[in-house]
Design a protein around this ligand. Structure first.
Ligand code: FEO
Ligand code: CA
Ligand code: CA
Ligand code: CA
Length: 626
């Protein structure tokens, strides 16, 4: 352990790292097994040797990576700590759309650097805190569907509000600036821009009418005073990651929906509320100004959120559908694949410390051009169990396996997962399915409670399997290969593609796996997707202090991963304070659209408020990105 490290750690962190576990836990063996490539790449990969393994040599400093050889078609960049975006030499970037930018002509000029977005234009502009997105080619047009995950009330609300909505109008403003934007984009000669007034443009927010599908639709648990049929919820909340169906619709994923609810009076704190963190005061005071969010008035309203929602970007008049068959939890994203027999498979993570990874498999099958009815409403939900021997299994959540009724086990999928003994994970974020190989990857962002505390349901979180480090502040990416090369199979083999860490500070597992070097290090992998060439793009949402354990890692970033060699190279760094999240591609693959969420300072305008934005990144020579 490096002395630089010990002075920056709190006493309890220091104790944990100095003597992290009883010898009998077999910790080192667990870690070595987890990062071994035996099952996948045919060679052993140890951790913490401190040497780079990809012919790159060890760099003296984390701030310059130019000496690093790269198997990618770009020169990896160093870390950054400033309020700007950086991309490799020969690449350029520019904002495509910022929080407050008009989607329709009538909203042009509505955003002000002093006061933000006025209420009357709030559903006519791009929302705040951009996150997951997908691009669709519709009738020769390019249409992006993109999430606005949450709002920063202090920059959206009038200064007098001090960051807490004071009346129904202020609540309405916040509601409108979240949700989903569907927008046509086009290369207009000066790079990509939003096509204002396009018939595809659409804003979906916290009051947009939706419908429900699947076993829980219309059930008692989903009925409210305002909707006694339990079929017509309003709004989609905390839209985090995304996905695209095989039939080209958009999947938006409701993550931290619990935080929007609060109580103005007495309410019953059920086991479900406890497990999902529902109760007390809402984050934005919605409950004080809209009874729908008041647990003492509408205790079932939270059951109508926490789902995967399907939106048809080709039809602006379509009603978004919340698919209950895919389970209710803090959904990160939804990665679709297909079983050998044509059934539809959706991999999903539940992003909370010690929660689970899920997979949905449809009963019906699909092929191009066939109807899609029932594919996301009639099927089986599974939860992942990982064994220490690099095998694992998807456990079906059924009335027989859980003792719960078919509705309850979907509405309270977490409780169902606990009943069957699912593996508690280090915060499952995005899942990405390899485009050419029958393999999938999940970013396990970090988990300071690993080996320290149980999850919200009381399940222990022991060190082991794909979660091999106690007090895991760096994160890792697990990948699995389904049995028989079939995403429909219940068995799989797994290993860790990368374990993030700080090799400058640690020569143990906290230094990361061997494909982490001083030249490419990062923490907290989160956004993740494959491009059409099979490169795995990794985006981070971590500690950007560049201090203590994170010294030398700089701002959040986007890296390219070669899943064959293990090589990882830094492609982009975000402005200080931001998270890099959301990635999609222009139809010709020449432009990468990248999301910059909650930037600091006054990025990107250089004055006024910071504005979460989608940027375009392209190559000077016009070749495809990456
Ligand atoms: Fe919205 Fe788990 O990130
Ligand atoms: Ca995320
Ligand atoms: Ca995250
Ligand atoms: Ca975020």
């Amino acid at each position: 352990m490096n002395s630089k490290l010990t002075v920056d750690l709190s006493w309890d962190d220091f104790d944990e790292l100095r003597d992290p576990r009883p010898a009998e836990s077999g910790f080192d063996a667990v870690v070595e097994r987890a990062v071994s490539r035996r099952g996948f790449l045919g060679g052993a990969l140890a951790f913490g040797s401190g040497a780079a393994v990809f012919g790159a040599g060890v760099l003296g400093s984390g701030t310059s990576a130019h000496a690093m050889a790269s198997g990618f078609d770009f020169q990896p960049i160093g870390t950054a700590t400033d309020f700007d975006v950086h991309v490799p030499e020969g690449y350029h970037w520019k904002p495509v759309v910022r929080w407050g930018d008009a989607l329709w002509s009538e909203a042009e000029g509505g955003y002000s650097a002093e006061t933000g977005v006025p209420l009357e234009l709030s559903d006519k502009v791009f929302g705040e805190n951009t996150d997951g997105m997908e691009l669709f080619e519709i009738d020769g047009k390019q249409v992006i569907a993109v999430n606005s995950e949450y709002v920063n009330p202090k920059i959206n609300l009038p200064a007098e509000s001090e960051g807490m909505a004071r009346n129904a109008d202020e609540v309405e403003l916040l509601k409108k600036l979240q949700g989903v934007t569907v927008m046509e984009v086009a290369d207009t000669g000066d790079g990509y821009n939003v096509v204002k007034d396009s018939p595809f443009n659409r804003r979906i927010h916290h009051d947009t009418p939706m419908t429900m599908s699947g076993p829980a639709a219309g059930s008692d648990l989903l009925r409210t005073n305002a909707d006694p049929q339990g079929m017509s919820p309003l709004g989609t909340l905390n839209n985090c990651g995304a996905g695209k169906t095989l039939w080209d619709t958009y999947l938006t994923c409701e993550e931290n929906f619990n935080g929007y609810f609060g109580a103005t009076g007495e309410y019953e704190k059920t086991d479900g509320f406890t497990r999902y963190g529902i109760g007390g005061e809402g984050r934005y005071a919605y409950e004080k100004h809209d009874a729908r969010f008041d647990l003492s008035k509408e205790p079932n309203e939270p059951n109508r959120h926490g789902w995967i929602v399907e939106i048809d970007p080709a039809n602006p008049d379509s009603t978004p559908v919340k698919h209950t068959a895919l389970g209710r939890f803090k959904h990160e994203n939804a990665a679709m694949a297909q079983a050998k027999d044509g059934r539809v498979v959706v991999y999903m993570g539940d992003d909370e410390r010690g929660e689970f990874m899920y997979k949905y498999v449809s009963n019906g099958t699909w092929a191009k051009g066939q109807p899609t009815d029932g594919l996301l409403s009639d099927g089986t939900l599974y939860v992942a169990k990982f064994n220490d021997d690099q095998t694992g299994e998807w456990l079906a959540l059924t009335p027989e396996s859980t003792g719960m009724n078919p509705v309850d086990l979907l509405v309270h999928a977490r409780i169902a997962g606990s009943k069957v003994g699912a593996t508690t994970m280090d915060r499952p974020e995005w899942i990405a399915v390899h485009p050419f190989k029958v393999e999938a990857y999940c970013a396990l962002t970090n988990n300071k409670n690993r080996g320290v505390k149980p999850n919200a349901g009381g399940d222990e979180t022991p060190v082991g399997g794909p979660n091999p480090r106690e007090t895991n502040n760096f994160g890792q990416i697990v990948r699995w290969r389904p049995e028989g090369e079939d995403h429909g199979a219940t068995g799989f083999e797994w290993d860790l593609y990368v374990m993030a860490g700080n090799p400058e500070l640690y020569d143990n597992a906290y230094g990361g796996s061997d494909n982490v070097t001083p030249g490419n290090m990062f923490n907290s992998p989160d956004g993740m997707s494959f491009d059409s060439k099979g490169t795995l793009w990794i985006q981070t949402d971590g500690n950007y202090s560049n201090e203590g354990e994170f010294e030398g890692q700089g701002n959040n970033q986007m890296l390219a991963g070669n899943t064959e060699s293990g090589e990882i190279a830094r492609f982009l760094t975000g402005p200080y304070g931001s998270e890099v999240t959301g990635l999609c591609w222009s139809a010709d693959r020449k432009v990468a659209f990248v999301g910059i969420q909650h930037p600091g300072g006054s990025w990107p305008d250089g004055a006024g408020k910071p504005r979460s934005s989608v940027i375009a990144v392209w190559r000077e020579d016009g070749k495809t990105v990456g």
